[in-house]
Design a protein around this ligand. Structure first.
Ligand code: 2BA
Length: 106
């Protein structure tokens, strides 16, 4: 059994959730915040049999897109006299961690 932890952008949340439901893949969705952009993102916890891993990765790949997001360095992140221009950073498709799950009980 594997625990897949997938961090995705807000904009992809609904489509990914619908696709996982259609594929009968169980998940829990958490509202999270990225440490760099400090913007909301969504973390899916997905418990999977080994045989479901590849198809789940495919679903995530299909529904989570790469985007450019404007990063405005926040107040307090640097010396107050410093000025850093906003820049675009590339985000996504998805950041995925795969963990061996020792046990799973309903
Ligand atoms: P954030 O931490 O808000 O990062 C958003 C995007 O900003 C990242 O996209 C990356 O392109 C860029 N970025 C992050 N740290 C940076 C830095 N020090 N300098 C320049 N650019 C930087 P992704 O790599 O697609 O990550 C999307 C989200 O996935 C992250 O949001 C964070 O919530 C999560 N994430 C990524 N790597 C992680 C890790 N090693 N551990 C835990 N969460 C991670």
């Amino acid at each position: 059994m594997k625990l897949m932890i997938a961090i995705v952008q807000d904009a992809d949340r609904s489509n990914l959730a619908s696709a996982l439901r259609r594929a009968k893949i169980r998940f829990t969705r958490l509202n999270t915040v990225g440490g760099f952009l400090r913007q909301g993102n969504v973390t899916f916890l997905i418990g999977l049999e080994e045989s479901q891993v590849e198809s789940t990765l495919q679903i995530i790949n299909e529904h989570c897109h790469e985007r450019e997001v404007l990063h405005r360095p926040g107040a307090g992140a640097m010396h107050p006299d410093a000025y850093v221009s906003p820049t675009y950073v590339q985000v996504g498709g998805a950041t995925i961690f795969m963990v061996d799950a020792e046990s799973y009980r309903l």
